[in-house]
Design a protein around this ligand. Structure first.
Ligand code: PEP
Ligand code: MG
Length: 565
C-alpha cells in the first residue's frame, strides 16, 4: 500500500483524480500550439495591470518614503513599457506559438543574463528589477491560471504548494472533493475556509512532487492518511467510511429545531462563521442560531479593487436579512498575516502576524475603513447587526476605532440616512494584552468574541502558519485556558456577553470546558454546528464547572489534553 501520513486539517473522505497546481516560477512550462493573438493579448493585459499596480505603489511610496525611494517604481514602469521587452515577448510567442508565461520567462532570462554580465554595479542591479517586474507579470498571468484551475469541469482533488485563502474561497465545493496543500497549519485561513465549506484537507510537504494531475488518489481528512495508488478494495473501504459519515449527518438532522442547552438548563447560542454572504445558506441549513463571525476580508479578496460602500452595504444587508432578526456579528476588515490584498500594497514585513494587520492597518487608512463602517451602519437597520473589531490590543486602538464609528454616524445623520443608533460594538479577544486587560476593555464594549486561532499563537509565541512549530501550537495550553477564563469572567462582571469564534469553539475535547467557563456563544464552521449541539445536550453545566477547576490546576497542555480526552 502507498499510504503516507500528513497532518489532518479538515475532516472527511476524499476519493478522486488529482489536479496539481504548481505556483513556483521554476514551474513555468513551455506550452505550444497556442493561439499567438490570444497569448499576446494575455501578456498585454497582465503587463498593463502590472503597470497599474506599480503606479499605486509609486504613489504610496511617494507619500510615505519620498521621491528618491519611489523613483525605482517609475523605473519599473519604464521597463514594462520598453519596446525591446515587448517585441521580444511578442516575437517569441509568434515564433513558437507558445504561452505568454514561457515567452516572458525566456526574454526576461536573456535580459537578466545581459545585465548581470556587465561590470557596472548600477547595471547589475537592473537585473533585479527585471526579475521583479517579470515575477509581477507572471503572478498576474498565473492568477488567471489559478482561476482556470478552479473552474473545474468535473470533481477533483486539488493538490497545491501554497493555496491562498482567496484561492480556497473561490473554489466550488461541489466540484472540489478534497485538498492536499504543502503549507499551513490547522488555523491557516485556507484551512478554515475548507472546513467552512466541508471540504476535507490534509497538509503534506512535497505532495506536488509525489502526485501528477489525473492520478487517482484517496485520503482521510481526519487521520491524515493519503493513499497515492488506491486499489479497488481500498476505494471500497473508503466508500463505506464515506457512507457512515453520511449516515451520521442524517442522524444529526433530527436535532434541527431543538435547543442548544445542557441537561441542567444552561443555554448557549450556537452560531456559524462565514466568509461571504452566500455562506449564510450553510448556517441556516445547519440550524445555526446566529452568525457569530463574518470575516469581511473575503469580500475584499479575490478581486482587483476595493468594494465600494454600496456594494458592501448590499452584502451586509443580504446576510442580516437572511438571518431574520437573529444576531449577525460582522467583523471589520482583518487584512494582513496570511490574508493579502494584491491591490493594497503593504510593504513586506518580517513578521506579518505581528505587523500592520487588522485594526492597525485600518486605523492607518481611516478614510478607507470609514467606507466599511458606513456600509455596516446603513445595514444595521435591517436586523440584528453587530460590529466587531479585530485584534484590538491596546486601549488607544479601541478609542480611535470608536471615534471613527462616531464620525461615520455623524455623517449619516447629516445625510439623513437611517442606521441603528444603538448598534452593538464589540471586540475580538485575540491578544494576551487584551485578555489580561479584559476587565478594563469590558467597560468599553458591548461584547467580546474570543479568537483562539490568534490568541493561541500570540500567547505561546507560535506562528499559526508554520509547520515547523505546529507541534507547539495548542489550544490546551494552560496559559491560553486561564486567559479565556479571565476574559469570560471579566465580561460577566461587567454585564456583557462573551463568545468564541476561533476554531477551538468546535473542538469536541474543549466544549465541556467552554460550558464550564460559561461562554454565552460558540461560533464555528457550519458543518460542526449540529454535532456540537448534540454534545452540549449531553453535558451538565455543574459537572463542567468541576472539570474547569480540575483542568486549570494542571501544568501542561499535554496533561490537559489527555484529561479532556
Ligand atoms: C481567530 O483568530 O481565532 C479568529 C477567529 O480570527 P482569524 O482566524 O480570522 O484570524
Ligand atoms: Mg484572528
Amino acid at each position: 500500500m502507498h499510504i503516507i501520513k500528513g497532518t489532518p486539517i479538515s475532516p472527511g473522505i476524499a476519493i478522486g483524480k488529482a489536479i496539481v497546481k504548481n505556483t513556483l516560477q521554476s514551474e513555468i512550462h513551455l506550452e505550444q500550439n497556442k493561439n499567438p493573438n490570444d497569448e499576446k493579448q494575455r501578456f498585454h493585459e497582465a503587463r498593463l495591470e502590472a503597470i497599474e499596480q506599480i503606479k499605486g505603489i509609486y504613489e504610496q511610496m511617494l507619500q510615505t518614503k519620498g521621491e528618491e525611494e519611489a523613483e525605482i517604481f517609475m523605473a519599473h514602469i519604464t521597463m514594462l513599457e520598453d519596446v525591446e521587452l515587448i517585441e521580444g515577448v511578442e516575437s517569441t510567442i509568434d515564433e513558437l506559438s507558445c504561452n505568454a508565461e514561457w515567452a516572458l520567462h525566456h526574454i526576461a532570462k536573456n535580459f537578466i543574463a545581459i545585465f548581470e554580465a556587465m561590470d557596472v554595479e548600477y547595471m547589475k542591479e537592473r537585473a533585479m528589477d527585471i526579475r521583479d517586474i517579470s515575477s509581477r507579470v507572471q503572478r498576474i498571468l498565473s492568477s488567471d491560471e489559478t482561476h482556470n484551475i478552479f473552474e473545474l469541469k468535473e470533481p477533483a482533488i486539488i493538490v497545491a504548494q501554497d493555496l491562498t485563502p482567496s484561492d480556497t474561497a473561490q473554489m466550488d465545493p461541489n466540484l472540489v472533493i478534497g485538498i492536499i496543500n504543502e503549507d499551513g497549519g490547522p488555523t491557516s485561513h485556507a484551512a478554515i475556509i475548507a472546513r467552512m465549506m466541508g471540504v476535507p484537507l490534509i497538509v503534506y510537504s512535497n505532495i506536488t512532487s509525489l502526485v501528477s494531475s489525473g492520478q487517482m488518489i484517496a485520503f482521510d481528512g481526519s487521520t491524515g492518511d493519503i493513499n497515492l495508488h488506491p486499489t479497488k478494495e481500498f476505494i471500497e473501504e473508503y466508500r463505506e467510511k464515506q457512507l457512515k459519515l453520511i449516515e451520521k449527518k442524517e442522524q444529526l438532522e433530527k436535532l434541527k429545531g431543538t435547543k442548544t442547552i445542557t441537561t441542567d438548563g444552561f443555554k448557549v447560542e450556537l452560531a456559524g462563521n462565514i466568509g461571504m454572504p452566500k455562506d449564510v445558506k450553510a448556517v441556516l441549513e445547519q440550524d445555526g442560531e446566529a452568525v457569530g463571525l463574518f470575516r469581511t476580508e473575503f469580500l475584499y479578496m479575490s478581486r482587483n479593487d476595493f468594494p465600494d460602500e454600496e456594494e458592501q452595504f448590499l452584502a451586509y444587508k443580504e446576510v442580516v436579512e437572511k438571518m431574520q432578526g437573529h444576531p449577525v456579528v460582522i467583523r471589520t476588515l482583518d487584512i494582513g498575516g496570511d490574508k493579502e490584498l494584491d491591490y493594497l500594497e503593504i510593504p513586506k514585513e518580517m513578521n506579518p502576524f505581528l505587523g500592520c494587520r487588522a485594526i492597525r492597518l485600518c486605523l492607518s487608512k481611516p478614510a478607507l475603513w470609514k467606507v466599511q463602517i458606513r456600509a455596516l451602519l446603513r445595514a444595521s437597520v435591517f436586523g440584528e447587526l453587530r460590529i466587531m473589531l479585530p485584534m484590538i490590543t491596546v486601549m488607544e486602538e479601541l478609542i480611535a476605532a470608536k471615534e471613527i464609528i462616531e464620525e461615520a454616524k455623524e455623517e449619516l445623520r447629516n445625510e439623513k440616512i437611517t442606521f441603528n443608533e444603538n448598534v452593538s460594538v464589540g471586540m475580538m479577544m485575540e491578544t494576551p494584552a487584551a485578555a489580561v486587560m479584559a476587565d478594563v476593555f469590558a467597560k468599553e464594549v458591548d461584547f467580546f468574541s474570543i479568537g483562539t486561532n490568534d490568541l493561541v499563537q500570540y500567547t505561546i509565541a507560535v506562528d499559526r502558519m508554520n509547520t515547523q512549530v505546529a507541534h507547539l501550537y495548542s489550544p490546551y495550553h494552560p496559559a491560553v485556558l486561564r486567559l479565556i477564563k479571565k476574559i469570560v469572567d471579566s465580561a460577566h462582571e461587567a454585564g456583557i456577553w462573551a463568545g468564541m469564534c476561533g476554531e477551538a469553539a468546535a473542538d469536541k475535547k474543549l466544549i465541556p470546558l467552554w460550558i464550564g467557563i460559561g461562554l454565552d456563544e460558540l461560533s464555528m464552521s457550519p458543518p460542526s454546528l449540529l454535532e456540537t449541539r448534540e454534545q452540549i445536550q449531553g453535558l451538565s453545566k455543574k459537572e463542567a464547572e468541576k472539570l474547569v477547576d480540575e483542568v486549570l490546576s494542571l501544568k501542561t497542555a499535554k496533561m490537559i489534553e489527555e484529561r479532556l480526552q
